[in-house]
Design a protein around this ligand. Structure first.
Ligand SMILES: [Zn+2]
Length: 237
């Protein structure tokens, strides 16, 4: 099946427009062929429109041919935010978590370290990737406990995390929100009836809850066991 990659707005680095349409004209994305982060300058093959903008662009690094398609918003074709750009083939490269760039709780140095770890991973530099992953972990520990002892080891910093962070809080907040939303449905109330918006939020919260309580722990256990196993069977360093 053809799998297209939807490209986030944050990756746009240029626009082109006429009186009725506005489209991205350049993007910085990971090339699906050489897996480097490269700049693609897009020349659209037809007059700008809302349904059939396409282009083929060669990667400046490896010359691989990437196809781009852009759909504009039918009602507001000048609003770039409402359109969507796709590329093909989709990249098999590791992508950063969506939303990390916009997240204000993560410092810029921490974001940069995280993005570097992923970029370096995509180039196949395994040892450098492992080092950067550890650096990101240090950054996370430092962000969560900013005033820890300066020379404290990472292991000790991590052990002390629960004293500084209330790990139960997000899960209790989610559970409480679902319970309150459920009350809206269970008890008749003319003023407050659950609608699509509320129930969509509730399903989202349920997804988070199930992922947090059931899916993530088993996945984390599995990864932890794998890393432990590597350590035992590998060299003694
Ligand atoms: Zn390339």
């Amino acid at each position: 099946m053809l799998q297209m990659e939807s490209i986030e707005r944050i990756n746009y680095s240029g626009t082109i427009y006429d009186s009725k349409h506005k489209l991205p004209s350049a993007v910085n994305i990971v090339c699906p062929f050489c897996k480097r982060n490269v700049h693609f300058a897009i020349t659209w093959k037809v007059a700008l429109n809302v349904i059939s903008n396409y282009s083929i662009v060669s990667c400046p690094s490896c010359d691989g041919k990437v196809r781009f398609v852009y759909f504009g918003d039918m009602k507001e074709p000048l609003d770039l935010e409402k359109g969507q750009l796709y590329s093909f083939p989709d990249t098999t490269a590791r992508m950063p978590l969506k939303g990390v760039n916009q997240n204000e709780n993560l410092s810029d140095p921490l974001k940069r370290a995280y993005f570097s770890a992923i970029n370096v991973y995509n180039t196949g530099e395994w040892s450098a990737t492992a080092t950067l992953c550890r650096k990101v972990l240090e950054g996370i520990a430092h962000t969560l406990v900013p005033d820890g002892r300066p020379n404290e080891s990472l292991a000790s910093r991590l052990r002390n995390l629960p004293e500084n962070i209330d790990f139960n809080k997000p899960i209790m907040t989610i559970a409480d929100a679902i319970r309150k939303g459920g009350n809206l449905g269970a008890h008749f109330d003319l003023e407050r009836e659950p609608d699509q918006e509320v129930t969509t939020l509730m399903i989202d919260l349920l997804d988070y809850l199930i992922e947090y309580l059931f899916v993530l722990p088993s996945r984390i256990e599995l990864l932890h066991d794998k890393i432990e196993h590597l350590k035992n069977t590998g060299s003694n360093n």
